[in-house]
Write a protein that binds this ligand. Structure first.
Ligand code: NA7
Length: 530
């Protein structure tokens, strides 16, 4: 093949479409038995995207974006999966996607200047280019507590939910984890379970989603100006255009600030970034950030009736936004239900899973089922779980032992012609993912096009460019509050993972400009060889 693409989520499908359009032969391997990536695997109750549908959709084909009708402000997983299946059919992608096949190895063969890719089904494919479209949040993680294999009930991870769904009616249910997945699932699980216990390690900032059917007039007006709407998103900081802030939160009066935060909290058209986007220093000044954090803590105290439970739900150990904030529907309200209990596992850690439940340092809880909403080995896990070996047989997992090193988050020195879509060191998870996916796929396709027209066989990030970019990602990260939190952005949720700020916080717009400059300067920082 000319190219192997690993993964048939949004990035893998679009990469296939682009490369095939350029006349390349492409083989896509996908572990799932359907396309859709994140929206294939995350089928837990309540799963929905927390970026508005009109922004969280492909922009590469004007007909596609005009013909698809979204039904809600934040589409549920089922609708996103339908959309991605539609994309697969519309662009006839399936014939080059091999499902139920996990890539296990990719090794660079220096003599041939090609990659040899192997799968768990025994495939062996030689390709000139390999594109890792493996997703940032796809390597799921069950806590490393002993005893799970002896649990006699059923257990589930939100990121690998059974296709047929699960009915917890009448059950005693334990849920571990209160990130976006837990926050979305808990209110719905509470409807089903007879008794629900939530094990919380870190309380999160949860803003009301106010999800509702999409206003047809709004959909029409966005579609009428879609090109402009998309351009503004691409040039914005987070891939969602909002008016740029002009002043510090500390320059605003308390009244002014609270009026602004109230819009972010109560307005039915609010969005995840609403509370954070109003002032210039929300992610750089703890004092400024604390004005919004306190606003949320006050709302929690208003909603949750038991003051002790309210206090447990109030985040105090990290600035607002430095761990991924969540959108919720009746999340805090759920803790007012008499059959819903909250356990602080920071205070009384889980020590083991027993045959009948979960034992903390304080006592044992008995369950019929356990749901782990415990997240992912984010950004690097999906890459390092594959045995990827570059020049001299160097394994990517070894190279990244002290943290990922990339050039622009898209290429790695020593791994020629291997590209990582939304890899570490790119805006990725700090952005509207689909904007970043399209930008990377377009850039990689252009780079491959340039290689082919220029008669070059390989492109490889130079060690100097990689060093400089890795330093830059770290330096920019350090100007913000992000490194002060224990978050998956910092690798802190995986024991033993180096503490490195994984995404790039320089902004989607400026980052795009940088990538474009690199290309315009003849792929500056890359070594192109014949
Ligand atoms: P997240 O955001 O990583 O959340 C995982 C949650 O599970 C979080 O509350 C963790 O607490 C908790 N967790 C993880 N391991 C443990 C152990 N061992 N014991 C107790 N609690 C634990 O994953 P999600 O699936 O919710 O969301 C992933 C992303 O998808 C989200 O950020 C959005 O970008 C969309 P912690 O905070 O680490 O203390």
């Amino acid at each position: 093949m000319d190219a192997v693409v690993v993964g048939a989520g949004m990035s893998g499908m679009y990469m296939l479409h682009k490369l095939r359009g350029m006349g390349l032969t492409v083989q896509v391997f996908e572990a799932g038995d359907g396309v859709g990536g994140t929206w294939y695997w995350n089928r837990y109750p309540g799963a929905r995207v927390d970026v508005k549908s009109m922004d969280y959709s492909f922009s590469f084909d004007p007909e596609l974006e005009q013909e698809w009708e979204w039904t809600e402000k934040y589409p549920p997983q089922e609708e996103l999966r339908r959309y991605l299946n539609h994309v697969a059919d519309r662009f006839d992608l399936r014939r080059d996607i091999q499902l139920e096949t996990r890539v296990t190895e990719a090794g660079y063969q220096e003599d041939a200047q090609r990659w040899l890719v192997r799968t768990d089904r025994g495939d062996e494919v030689s390709a000139q280019y390999v594109v890792m479209a493996t997703g940032c949040l796809s390597a799921s993680k069950v806590p490393e507590v002993p005893g799970l294999e002896d649990f006699q009930g059923d257990w589930y991870h939100t990121g690998h939910w059974p296709e047929e769904g699960v009915d917890f009616t009448g059950q005693r249910l334990g849920v571990v984890g209160t990130g976006s997945s837990g926050v979305q699932a808990i209110p719905l699980l509470a409807h089903q379970a007879a008794d629900l216990t939530v094990f919380q390690r870190t309380p999160n900032f949860v803003v009301p989603a106010h999800n509702h059917p999409i206003d047809p007039e709004h959909q029409r007006s966005v579609k009428a100006n879609y090109a402009e709407h998309r351009r503004a998103n691409r040039e914005s900081a987070f891939g969602i255009a909002v008016p740029p802030p002009t002043k510090s939160a500390l320059e605003a009066s308390e009244e002014e600030r609270n009026a602004y935060y109230a819009r972010g909290w109560y307005d039915k058209d609010n969005q995840l970034v609403s509370l954070l986007a109003g002032y210039t220093d929300m992610i750089t000044s703890k004092e400024a950030n604390d004005t919004a954090a306190q606003y949320v803590r006050d709302r929690i105290a208003e909603i949750v009736k038991d003051p002790e439970v309210a206090a447990m739900l109030q985040p105090t150990d990290h600035p607002f936004g430095t761990k991924r904030p969540c959108l919720g529907t009746d999340y805090y309200e759920t803790f007012n239900l008499p059959h819903v209990h909250l356990v602080n596992v920071r205070k009384t850690p889980i020590v083991e899973i027993t045959p009948t439940g979960i034992r903390t340092s304080e006592r044992e809880y008995e369950f019929d089922s356990i749901v782990f909403a415990t997240g992912f080995d984010a950004m690097t896990g999906a890459l390092t779980r594959i045995d990827i070996r570059g020049r001299d047989g160097v394994a990517l997992a070894d190279k990244w032992k002290e943290g990922p090193r990339t050039y622009l988050g898209v290429a790695v020195a020593g791994f020629p012609n291997l590209f990582t879509i939304t890899g570490p060191g790119s805006p990725s998870v700090l952005s509207n993912m689909i904007v970043s996916i399209e930008q990377h796929v377009d850039w990689v396709a252009d780079a491959i096009g340039a290689l082919r027209t220029g008669g070059k066989a390989t492109m490889e990030a130079s060690a100097e460019a990689e060093d400089a970019w890795t330093r830059h990602v770290d330096e920019v990260g350090r100007t913000t509050l992000y490194p002060t939190a224990n978050s998956w952005y910092m690798g802190s949720n995986v024991p033993g993972k180096p503490r490195v700020f994984l995404p790039y916080i320089g902004g989607v717009g400026p980052y795009r400009q940088k990538c474009d400059e690199v290309a315009a300067n003849g792929y500056e920082g890359f070594v192109l060889s014949a």
